[in-house]
Design a protein around this ligand. Sequence first.
Ligand SMILES: Nc1ncnc2c1ncn2[C@@H]1O[C@H](COP(=O)(O)OP(=O)(O)OP(=O)(O)O)[C@@H](O)[C@H]1O
Length: 230
Amino acid sequence: MLGATPARTGDERRKSLLGVKGLRKRHGERLLFDIGCMEIATHSAYVLTGMNGAGKSTLLRVLGGLERAEIDSLRFEGMEERPYPYPRALREAIVYVHQHPVMFSTSIAHNIGYGLQVRGVPKLEAARRVEEAMLWAGVAHLQDVEPGRLSGGERQRVALARAKVLCPKLLLLDEPTSNLDGQAREQVIELIPTMVEAGGSVVVACHDRDLIGLPGVQRLKLRDGHLEVR
Ligand SMILES: Nc1ncnc2c1ncn2[C@@H]1O[C@H](COP(=O)(O)OP(=O)(O)OP(=O)(O)O)[C@@H](O)[C@H]1O
């Protein structure tokens, strides 16, 4: 059943995780968005909606440090941070998952564990975390399948496991269900509230009504270059 595990609501443990003020993105002469203030709390789930081309992916990529924008002020876990270059603490704590995740043509376990390897996590510890993440994402039975042969839904779940294994404080999901239907879509939707239960916050850019309607999820909308909190 969709949304069977609600994200935490009214949780007194919530604090400010990320606060951005004066966030502007331009492409040449075009001002794509001008966001006065954006606040992401700990242990919280958000959906980010908006028309095609409104700038949802761009906003997620900026928050993930993958794309540069003008930022007047940035606070992370209560500490003022310099926005340029995008701080390392934020790059490590925030993980962006692309709409069409790219996989190495090695093994699924290697794909999921690669980020841990890069971060210098000891092999045994990394193997334990990869196994846990595969079970969580329901992809343990696929470990002998070549990544290139995964279905869209399986690929998306592997990408979620690859992100979750890094224990991000903020996970940014870019239209995770856009190419999925039926059970594959439901399986991905069901994973999202469990990410918040595991202790992180999640922002999901999407047009998916079932994702938007998940219990306990806060709604953000990019409209005409501004961010509305609904
Ligand atoms: N490098 C670039 N140069 C110029 N314009 C760009 C560039 N990258 C993105 N854009 C434009 O910025 C706008 C926002 O794109 P973005 O992908 O963030 O929108 P979106 O809200 O995620 O859209 P969708 O719902 O269709 O995925 C689009 O009009 C896009 O064409």
